[in-house]
Design a protein around this ligand. Structure first.
Ligand SMILES: [Zn+2]
Length: 283
């Protein structure tokens, strides 16, 4: 696990074991807020040790940005914290989250101790303000990657924890394409002047890169949609799909150790299926 300090009181932890997934900590004079956990318990334990033992601040809140395992499997290591999430996250953890964990335990013995912990503080619409000591965190729904995704803005430091709303490429197979476009546009038009955006996977996006990053992500979605629409009406759909490369959609193949190529292929298939079914229904 790598640790980086992005502001006086804000740390970002990046997994070295799984897909460069990130977690964050906001340290206040009345304890710490953890934004997500990492997939493997040993890495989340390192975060806990750093915050609680080295910095001497108890973790009072854990925010689950969405129900996916790589962001939530460490929640159980903070039994005294309040767990904050969108109402959709509560429901999805209770259903798909539990099912997924049973399967994971069959394959990874180190996951044997992991338990699903349901959020204790949930919200649905608008902005939820979470004030802890001298910091206020502003949370809002940001669906697209998953139905329950939220983002978290630290008001005093202008740091946005965007979770999987911002990653190497928008990845929507468990969410919704149109929601994703809306959520990215909302960030683009946001009145807050973000100092940094912490991505759900990969490196922190710095102030000077933010505008271009959001534009590039939206361009990816628009181009992908246009090319997949063409594939739906093409004579040889397979051939048309095989030509829709990451590069054609304005992205490169290298981020996340090359695994963006798999994410892109999954996006392509999911969007094709959706648009194909729509075209059949309309015919
Ligand atoms: Zn996710």
């Amino acid at each position: 696990m790598q640790r980086e300090r992005v502001a006086e009181d804000i740390y970002v932890f990046t997994s070295e074991r799984y897909a460069q997934v990130t977690a964050g900590a906001v340290i206040t004079n009345e304890g710490a807020v953890l934004i997500d956990t990492l997939l493997f318990p040993d890495e989340t334990r390192m975060i806990k040790h750093f915050i609680e033992t080295r910095l001497g601040r108890p973790v009072r809140y854990v925010i689950n940005t969405h129900y996916h395992a790589d962001h939530t499997y460490g929640t159980y290591l903070f039994p005294d914290a309040a767990i904050v999430a969108h109402t959709g996250c509560f429901d999805l953890l209770d259903t798909r989250g539990r099912e997924g964990l049973e399967k994971t335990k069959q394959n990874f013995t180190e996951m044997n101790g992991v338990q699903i912990v349901l959020p204790t503080l949930v919200f649905r619409n608008g902005i939820m303000n979470l004030t802890v000591g001298d910091k206020t965190l502003q949370l809002w729904h940001s669906p697209g990657h998953s139905p329950d995704s939220i983002v978290c803005h630290v008001r005093e430091d202008h740091v946005l924890f965007a979770a999987d709303t911002v990653m190497a490429i928008p990845y929507f197979i468990d969410g919704d394409f149109d929601d994703f476009v809306r959520s990215l546009k909302a960030l683009q038009n946001h009145p807050f002047n973000f100092e940094n955006i912490v991505q759900g996977h990969g490196e922190v996006v710095l102030r000077g890169e933010i505008e271009q990053k959001l534009q590039n992500d939206l361009a990816y979605l628009y181009t992908l949609r246009k090319l997949v629409e063409a594939a739906v009406v093409a004579n040889d759909a397979e051939r048309a799909l095989s030509k829709i490369t990451l590069e054609k959609c304005g992205k490169t193949r290298t981020p996340l150790n090359g695994s963006v190529q798999d994410l892109h292929q999954a996006n392509l298939r999911a969007l094709y299926r959706q648009l194909y079914e729509q075209s059949v229904a309309q015919a």
